[in-house]
Design a protein around this ligand. Structure first.
Ligand SMILES: *Cc1c(COP(=O)(O)O)cnc(C)c1O
Length: 370
């Protein structure tokens, strides 16, 4: 079986270093908010050219804590994309605010900046921008709109660590950037983890309080927070894996380039913005016979996945928001046609050739245009 991601093959490359780091943490027996966490925080903030990094328990918590650090909550509205992982909108609802969706640009799958202004009301406080699949969203017009209307911008960079928009790393452009260290992300831990990066001292201080029961001094609580820290074992593993991030992102781009060379004209291949650096957390194609292709590939022992089959405005839990079918035609169309192919840094040429020839074998008979 060719899997979607192959974490074992990454581990094999790093085995001895990772085991050494894990052992060190256990020997030192300092497991929470220790030196490894601090090191990975400063590595990531330096890498993204931001002042502060605040390690937290997951990418979802990074988004949640970023919203709370900006004091966004009850009666507020937050604009975001309906075509993303559920957590992006979930955290908006969790803090007591209302997600307001606007449609995507069908080329990049990211929020369409031209549709944002129409969605702004007196209650709008922020925009959560997602850099989906590792491709930077168009930040310049978004930042301009935010400035004009006095809105905060949070970047959901969970899929885009290392991606660059006009010379700047995604996550470093808005007020706060959120990354996930979920195992399959481009920089993945061996469990859950996440980080917030920011240049804003107040956001940093609030986030440090919020992740630790509102406390930085033992048993003195200044805020109602939660328990959401990046633990030392994960931080130690991330220190080792961080050294591979650039090289492995380059590998992902090479694999993506080869896919596109082979599949262009047969399926709809990913559009890549010229001024951006895409890090291909996912390589997604579009085809009208998506479901048939997916089952054919499964029979050929090739794993595929659909990100995401139901746009968020049509999720059962958001029925109360009263969005309608066809309200966001592009998000809805893409969710019907999109299919993620296997992509991981250690993918072999042979594996990729087999995937490409299997797709060609199927679509040779079934191609009906996009
Ligand atoms: C993975 C992901 C998250 C959530 O990260 P977790 O670490 O799994 O909590 C949020 N948004 C997007 C776009 C993601 O891909």
């Amino acid at each position: 079986m060719i899997p979607l991601v192959d974490l074992k093959s990454e581990y094999e490359k790093l085995r001895s270093n990772i085991q050494k780091e894990i052992n060190k943490v256990i020997e030192d027996s300092s497991f929470i908010l220790g030196s490894n966490g601090k090191e990975i925080e400063s590595k990531i903030s330096r890498y993204t050219n931001t002042k502060y990094g605040i390690g937290v328990g997951s990418g979802t918590d990074a988004l949640l804590i970023a919203l709370e650090s900006l004091k966004i909550g009850k009666n507020d509205e937050v604009i975001t994309t309906p075509f993303t992982f559920f957590a992006t909108a979930e955290v908006i609802t969790r803090v007591g605010a209302t997600p307001v969706f606007v449609d995507i640009d069908p080329k990049t799958y990211n929020i369409n900046p031209e549709l944002i202004e129409k969605a702004i009301t007196k209650k709008t406080k922020a925009i959560i921008v997602v850099h989906l699949f590792g491709q930077p969203a168009d930040m310049d017009p978004i930042m301009k709109i935010a400035e004009k209307h006095n809105l905060k911008v949070i970047e959901d960079a969970c899929q885009s660590i290392g991606a660059v928009y006009k010379g700047r790393k995604t996550g470093s452009i808005g007020d706060a950037g959120c990354y996930s260290f979920f195992p399959s992300k481009n920089l993945g831990a061996y469990g859950d983890g996440g980080i917030i990066v920011t240049d804003n001292e107040e956001i940093c201080q609030n986030a440090k309080l919020l992740r630790n029961h509102g406390s930085t001094k033992k048993y003195e609580h200044k805020m109602i927070g939660i328990n959401s820290r990046l633990d030392e074992l994960q931080a130690a593993i991330l220190k080792v894996k961080f050294n591979m991030l650039e090289e492995w992102n380059i590998k992902r781009r090479e694999i993506a380039k080869k896919y596109t060379e082979e599949l262009n004209g047969i399926v709809n291949t990913p559009f890549v913005e010229k001024e951006s650096l895409h890090v291909f957390h996912q390589y997604c194609i579009q085809t009208k016979c998506r479901d048939q292709l997916s089952s054919f590939l499964k029979k050929k022992n090739i794993a595929t996945a659909v990100y995401y089959p139901i746009p968020l405005h049509l999720q059962p839990v958001y029925k109360y928001l009263q969005y309608k079918q066809n309200q966001f035609p592009f998000a809805e169309k893409v969710s019907k046609n999109i299919l993620a192919l296997p992509i991981f840094p250690m993918m072999t040429e042979e594996q990729q050739k087999y995937i490409v020839s299997s797709i060609k074998e199927f679509l040779g008979d079934n191609y009906e245009g996009d």
